[in-house]
Design a protein around this ligand. Structure first.
Ligand code: SF4
Length: 145
């Protein structure tokens, strides 16, 4: 099976602070599946490192108050294109990210507070029928197969 994966979970240093979210369990999925790494924020042309962003009232703002919604939607569209071109019906994405988070994201106050909601890319993928799973819920892949 082909699985779209947040590149930072595979150890790519594409996180806003120049680091990654390397996750060995996600990497091990590559033993049985073909992993397709994506980073929507990189696809949008945002720099590494970059000012962190959060979603508030349906728009995305950097911590400095800049509206970066257009960039985030651009990155989401490019990620969807790759998912569709490569035939990925499943995505394992980084939890809580304003791009990749699914089910729970930061609330826009930059205080570490969570709220229910989805990142821009996760939402777009889900809207197009792609199943999105966070890295702490890999057991769900069993149900999906
Ligand atoms: Fe990781 Fe997604 Fe953020 Fe890129 S946009 S660093 S893949 S969480």
């Amino acid at each position: 099976m082909k699985i779209l994966v947040s590149a930072c979970l595979l150890g790519e240093n594409c996180k806003y602070n120049g680091g990654n979210n390397k996750n060995e369990d996600v990497i091990k999925l590559g033993n049985k599946h073909t992993l397709v790494p994506v980073c929507p924020e990189c696809f949008a042309g945002l720099s590494i490192p970059r000012v962190p962003s959060e979603i508030k009232d349906g728009r995305v703002f950097s911590k400095e108050g800049k509206d970066v919604s257009a960039e985030f939607y651009d990155g989401a569209e490019k990620t969807l294109y790759i998912a569709e071109e490569t035939g990925c019906q499943l995505a394992v994405l980084k939890e809580r990210s304003p791009s990749c988070g699914f089910g729970e994201i930061y609330d826009g106050s930059f205080t570490g507070t969570l709220k229910r909601g989805n990142g821009i890319t996760a939402q777009l993928l889900s809207d197009h029928g792609i199943t999105v799973i966070g890295e702490s819920k890999l057991w769900k892949i069993e149900d999906y197969q």
